[in-house]
Design a binder for this molecule. Structure first.
Ligand SMILES: Nc1ncnc2c1ncn2[C@@H]1O[C@H](COP(=O)(O)OP(=O)(O)OP(=O)(O)O)[C@@H](O)[C@H]1O
Ligand SMILES: [Mg+2]
Length: 490
């Protein structure tokens, strides 16, 4: 658990505790900050943000006027920052925090405490993809909550019109895996998340080296994202292609944590829709999870659009968006929210000579993060998700809902159509401030000749206030259908 105590200032005595992944915002903006202070002129509207995921925590100064001090050293702040940083007078705006660190912003002094509640033990037991959902919570019908808190989908409805059965489910997922690695070290420099009980010694893959997994022949490295690697492999038994994604946990994974996580994945893994990348199974070797997914031979949808730029038409965009919305609405109606839609998670696969757009990584990275395995991702320098992230992810982390996916999907299409990000193109830590303060430019500001009806649907989906967007993918699809019907595209 991570505890933030306010030691000095107008809010002295207040305590904030975090058991899992969360975002803590400090500044003068009363509406959106988790701790706000109006009467201190040295505090900016959005002063700093702290991402916590015990045992890790990281501070990011949000371009505040006066900077944020960690143990007396100034970090971030506006004006001539680059010059001061190069002279070593000011630290970088993003800083990993340790137990006991003291943070000062204006007149307020915070102190960070890491408390280890229960001992963490490593496990080396390899297991089958769990089937049993008997202890899952009862469905409540309320879908405005995050994925892991949601009821399991009604599996009886998972078959029917919208299903595909192109590749048989793989029965033996885990098999006897032969790749093993140990635990990473915690940001607090302690042994949190590590034990000396690991049976086998860590062995990292060297660059260019393929993983080893019984039952699969690895053939090609397809790409790496913020926290994982994806390979094309062929299943030995029938030579069918699959994409295998590896995610390495930054902390040792307990048996319970592993079971809980894979059980959660077994729920979203059963999502069957032709516009959602099918998940065939998952397992863990040491601290590295692997996920066997449907292979999409077209790669990212954006790449296909780029390659055919000369004849890209509003109709093609609308049809792809419509199909993806069908997949997303299917998941929303089952109470699942993706939470990490971006162009690299929109893929294409050729079926019967036609490209089918598909959503990949449904809930995967965010669940991994929420389970505490990925450490800190929102404030990571290689997070490619920020330009597509709606504001509520920072201001109301626990309240992510289908309208958040509506924003991210529209932002991905905005990028594919205009080559620009909806809130502009600032890089690095400024991207976080941009999520809080940036204004979305109407799409036709960048592409005046673009189809106005389609642009309107995307602009509505990109409203900063959640309640001004379409509330879910089905509503967005309904609006798009009206435009497409008018044009005779459906
Ligand atoms: N099922 C798949 N079929 C074909 N290619 C895939 C598949 N899944 C991923 N890829 C390729 O691998 C690359 C890396 O995917 P990965 O999911 O690890 O990263 P990402 O989507 O960029 O970021 P993130 O880690 O946040 O999801 C993708 O850009 C894509 O090109
Ligand atoms: Mg991905």
């Amino acid at each position: 658990m991570i505890r933030i105590e306010i030691k000095k200032g107008p809010m002295e005595g207040q305590v904030f505790e975090f058991e899992g992944h969360d975002i803590f915002l400090f500044g003068r903006d009363e509406q959106h900050c988790h701790a706000s202070i109006q009467e201190d002129p040295f505090v900016s509207r959005h002063h700093f943000l702290m991402e916590v995921n015990p045992p890790f925590s990281r501070l990011c100064d949000l371009g505040s006027r006066n900077g944020t001090f960690v143990n007396g050293k100034k970090h971030g702040g506006r004006v001539t920052f680059a010059k001061l940083e190069s002279e070593g007078k000011v630290g970088p705006p993003v800083v990993d925090l340790c137990h006991g660190d003291v943070i000062t912003a204006g007149k307020t002094v915070f102190q960070i405490f890491l408390e280890q509640k229960k001992p963490v033990t490593a496990t080396m037991v390899f297991d089958r993809f769990p089937e049993d959902e008997s202890d899952s919570p009862e469905p409540t019908g309320d879908i405005r909550r995050t994925i892991t808190e949601l009821p399991p989908p009604d599996l009886s409805q998972n078959i029917g019109r919208q299903t595909i059965q192109e590749i048989d489910e793989i029965a033996q997922v885990a098999g006897r895996a032969t790749m093993v690695e140990g635990s990473g070290s915690g940001a607090f420099g302690s042994q949190v998340g590590q034990t000396g009980t690991t049976d086998q010694v860590a062995s990292e893959r060297r660059p260019g080296e393929f993983p080893v997994l019984d039952g699969y022949k690895f053939q090609e490295f397809l790409g790496a994202g913020g926290i994982g690697e994806v390979y094309l492999a062929h299943r030995s038994i029938d030579n069918s292609p699959v994409a295998v994604k590896f995610l390495r946990s930054r902390i040792s994974v307990t048996r319970q944590a592993r079971t809980d996580f894979l059980k959660g994945k077994s729920i979203s893994g059963r999502l069957r829709h032709r516009n959602i990348v099918q998940s065939y199974g998952a397992g863990i070797v040491g601290n590295e999870f692997y996920f066997i997914n449907e292979y999409c031979d077209g790669g990212p949808l954006a790449k296909l659009f780029r390659e055919r730029k000369s004849n890209i038409q509003a109709k093609h965009i609308a049809v792809s968006l419509y199909l993806l919305l069908d997949g997303l609405a299917f998941a929303h109606e089952k109470g699942l929210v993706h939470r990490d839609l971006k162009p690299s998670n929109l893929l294409a696969a050729k079926r019967n000579n036609r490209w089918i757009p598909k959503i990949s990584d449904f809930g995967l990275n965010k669940d991994f993060e929420k389970a505490g395995f990925s450490g800190l991702t929102t404030t990571g320098t290689n997070s490619g998700s920020l330009p597509y992230m709606p504001r509520e992810v920072l201001t109301d982390y626990k309240y992510v809902n289908p309208a958040s996916d509506v924003f991210s999907l529209a932002a991905s299409f905005y990028r594919m159509i205009t080559g620009r990000y909806p809130r502009g193109d600032q890089k690095g830590s400024d991207s976080l401030a941009l999520i809080l303060n940036g204004e979305v430019q109407p799409l036709r500001n960048h592409f005046p000749g673009f189809h106005s009806g389609l642009a309107d649907v995307l602009d509505t989906s990109l409203q900063t206030e959640c309640c001004e967007r379409y509330p879910n993918a089905r509503e967005m699809q309904n609006a798009l259908r009206v435009v497409m019907n008018k044009e005779g595209w459906l």
